[in-house]
Design a protein around this ligand. Structure first.
Ligand code: ADP
Ligand code: SF4
Ligand code: MG
Length: 320
């Protein structure tokens, strides 16, 4: 399998305001803990985990929308070293869509202008070419060309997400980061947008990182799935084995919490306690405070990532 993206030793520290009144120094929240991950050409990789575990941070990091530490190789080149000219070229190839498309669609612009803007920014000025590209992509996302003269507020949430997808795809990118693109939509509309993304991936040869806190959504769409917990990827697997040969106790708990996706093969595993604060995560295995299979070593030593098979990895002492 050909790799599109190789993430090496990626770390992200956010500065947070510490209480300096007692002489405290500036402190940091470690949102990504040494992430190593490949994304293969043409796949949909699902990224799942509870809110605050670092999914959006990882998505933004690999597009250099924020400044993490480490390396992100895109087609062999480290994008974190790119200068502004290289970044501009990269931005044509790699795009992001968000949970709330309304926030990213300028309310004063018509849909046509919204879709034209990225083309103009990237030097496409020929009016016929612009019209052709816009109508092609608008049809592909299942919208009606008459709607191009309307404004964002005239559309439903699902239609706005289609418009945001059209804008993300107008420059014919190869890679798309979709950050919770259906989380704000009604369940019936969610299915339409997911089907659309799957369809667009095939038609346009896209590679997609699909972020969601909802395992059910991720299962339907993804070729592989990475599970995150407090800044770590704790399990990475092809979708089938993740559900049939689940390894990590956290993944088991996540799956067992969604009865419709595991055919009652797992008895419900309750997560103990609350999610710890990412500002002060537990030492060693970060999951040990909630794990029903916790052993002595788990609070003392951080587990390594262990290869279960060619397509299945887990970070847990049970498999040492
Ligand atoms: N700009 C920021 N400054 C400080 N902390 C942040 C910032 N953005 C995110 N965080 C923190 O980093 C952690 C990961 O956040 P995020 O990547 O948004 O998680 P997710 O997308 O999984 O909900 C959270 O604890 C969040 O509060
Ligand atoms: S390393 Fe230990 S505490 Fe962590 S998930 Fe595995 S068994 Fe549970
Ligand atoms: Mg997020």
């Amino acid at each position: 399998m050909e790799k599109l993206l190789e993430i090496k030793d990626l770390n992200m520290y956010y500065p947070i305001s510490a209480d300096t009144s007692f002489g405290g120094s500036k402190s940091f929240l470690r949102a990504l803990n040494n992430i190593n991950l490949d994304i293969n050409k043409g796949e949909i990789l699902g990224l799942v985990g509870e809110s605050g575990c670092g999914k959006s941070t990882l998505g933004k990091s690999i597009l250099k929308l924020i400044e993490p530490k480490g390396k992100v190789f895109y087609e062999g080149k480290n994008i974190l070293d790119f200068n502004s000219k290289q970044l501009k070229t990269f931005r044509k190839k790699a795009q992001m869509i968000f949970q709330n498309p309304y926030a990213s669609l300028d309310p004063r612009m018509t849909i046509f202008s919204i879709l034209r803007e990225p083309l103009v920014v990237h030097g496409i000025r020929n009016k016929q070419e612009i019209k052709k590209r816009i109508s092609e992509i608008f049809n592909l996302v299942g919208m009606n060309e008459e709607d191009l003269k309307r404004y964002p507020h005239e559309f439903s949430g699902g239609q706005r997400q289609r418009i945001a997808i059209a804008r993300a795809l107008i420059l014919k990118p190869d890679f798309l980061v979709a950050d919770e693109p259906v989380s704000a939509l009604d369940v019936s509309i969610q299915a339409q947008i997911i089907t659309l993304l799957k369809d667009l991936k095939e038609k346009l040869n896209l590679t997609i990182l699909f972020i969601s806190h909802d395992l059910g959504v991720v299962k339907y769409l993804s070729d592989r799935i990475a599970v995150m917990y407090l800044g770590d990827i704790i399990e990475l697997s092809d979708t089938n084995s993740l559900f049939t040969k689940t390894k990590h106790p956290y993944t088991k708990a996540l799956i067992s919490a969604v009865p419709s996706i595991h055919e009652k093969t797992l008895k419900e595993i309750k997560l103990e306690g609350d999610l710890p604060s990412p500002k002060n995560p537990p030492k060693a295995c970060k999951f040990h405070t909630r794990c029903s299979e916790c052993m002595e070593i788990c609070a003392k030593k951080e587990p390594e990532i262990i290869k279960i098979s060619d397509s299945h990895y887990v970070k847990c002492h049970l498999y040492d």
